[in-house]
Design a protein around this ligand. Structure first.
Ligand code: ASP
Length: 435
């Protein structure tokens, strides 16, 4: 029998996970069974992906930067990457604002539902606010200070410090370019081999992906709050999801126009990473797979992907910024506030910055949303309104975040002549089959 392609296996795993959990909720012991016996496998799966993140960034970025031959190539690519990232983020926020102003989902929330939501989720929202408080107290240059680690072992000790690891790897790579070739060659060869090993480990982890996502989704279903609240927030959710879908269309068109790669080629190549982003709600956990798909299936040169993608996973979050814009205006509408044009312009700026500052982990976008709310003078208690539905939206926005990074890597690769005509892997899930 012909083996099912990986993205279908993952989709099947997701669907079966949801169905299984729905069936289990009919039994009194069902939810506990999933918590105790199924969820741990999902956690193991996410952990194994996260485990790869730091070594992968180190190996691939050091190799990528040192392959660039000279510093001017690096700065050229660096400026382009950051420039395109910021432009796509601004487009995303603007789309979000447009959608939420047209649909006005906040006005459908009754006074009664609002009180109910604030009562049910007020406590959780407080916690999020406290986390955000720490961010707000920091000085204006704190973000810059945070990029430079004082100890690389300490920095590599937590996936939340990804930007610090990236800084070290780029710095190390620059050092490698500047020393004589005789000395740099063995170091480069080492990182080359190291990189290959990591990529092989990702292949192995991906073989278990269908089971991993089964466990993740089953656990999500039994932990989800009641359906009534979802319905009250339906219009808001539709606004976010509609905007996110539009972003995917925009990426595909950008890739099509600038690289001449068809939408089906792009989506086929990137879909396993999208499905993983959806199941894990974490761009950081998905990064290893995004890199592999982009390099081997979309034809992006390693020098480009190893530079553009780790940076993108940490700073380019178009889905998150779009969500923050919609959520902020939705909360304002629900509280009966009318936001002026200049306040909305301010939201474009703060949501862009807040998405850059959001960590690539589940729920981070919501923590940073507090900053957008504070800046625009919208009541922070409103966080409680959107809590119930945040996780599903997190899944969707993370998918867009990852798709955005992948598409920008293709644009950059094209612009610096590093986009291969043919992908390394002909059949797009060949490398997962037993060789
Ligand atoms: N979960 C998102 C990500 O990892 C961040 C967010 O919460 O919006 O990309």
């Amino acid at each position: 029998m012909k083996k099912l392609a990986l993205h279908w296996q993952i989709l099947l795993g997701m669907a079966l996970g949801v169905i299984f959990a729905l069936l289990m909720t009919n039994f009194t012991w069902g939810a506990d069974f999933i918590e105790d016996w199924i969820k741990p496998f999902g956690t193991i799966f996410i952990n194994s992906l996260k485990l790869i993140a730091v070594p992968l960034i180190l190996a691939s970025l050091i190799k990528g930067v040192s392959d660039l031959k000279d510093i001017s190539q690096l700065s050229k690519m660096g400026f382009r990457t950051i420039g395109i990232y910021i432009i796509t983020t601004i487009i995303a926020v603007s789309i979000g604002l447009l959608m939420v102003n047209l649909v006005k989902p906040g006005s459908t929330i009754t006074e009664e539902t609002r009180t109910e939501l604030v009562e049910s989720y007020g406590g959780d929202a407080d916690l999020t606010r406290q986390n955000a408080e720490k961010q707000k107290e920091a000085g204006p240059l704190q973000a810059l200070v945070d990029i430079v680690p004082s100890n690389i072992v300490g920095a590599a000790g937590s996936n939340a410090n990804m930007l610090q690891v990236i800084f070290f790897a780029i710095f190390f790579g620059i050092g490698l370019i500047l020393i004589p070739e005789k000395q740099s060659e063995p170091v480069k060869k080492f990182f080359d081999g190291f990189n290959e090993v990591i990529l092989k480990m990702i292949d192995i982890i991906m073989l278990t992906a269908p089971f991993g996502v089964f466990a993740l989704l089953a656990a999500l279903v039994v932990e989800a709050p009641s359906a009534d609240l979802f319905i009250a927030l339906g219009m808001y959710a539709l606004c976010v999801i509609g905007g996110l879908l539009l972003m995917i269309v925009i990426y595909t068109l950008l890739v099509w126009v600038f690289t001449k790669k068809t939408p089906s080629f792009f989506i086929n190549g990137i879909s396993p990473a999208q499905l993983l982003a959806f199941s894990t709600s974490s761009s950081a956990a998905t990064l290893p797979v995004t890199m592999e798909r982009v390099e081997e299936h979309l034809g992006v040169g390693k020098e480009v992907s190893s530079f553009v993608l780790p940076i993108g996973a940490t700073i380019n979050m178009d889905g998150t910024s779009l969500y923050q814009a919609v959520a902020a205006v939705f909360i304002a509408q629900a509280f009966g506030m009318d936001l002026s044009f200049s306040v909305q312009l301010g939201i474009i700026a703060t949501a862009t910055l807040a998405s850059i500052g959001s960590a690539a982990v589940p729920g981070a976008g919501m923590v940073m949303l507090v900053i957008v709310l504070a800046q625009a003078g919208i009541p922070e208690a409103g966080l409680a309104l959107i809590f119930a539905i945040d996780r599903p939206l997190d899944m969707c926005r993370t998918t867009v975040n990852v798709t955005g990074d992948a598409s920008v890597s293709m644009l950059i690769a094209k612009s610096v002549g590093k986009l291969r005509d043919k992908p390394l892997v002909k059949n797009w899930d060949d490398n997962y089959k037993k060789k």
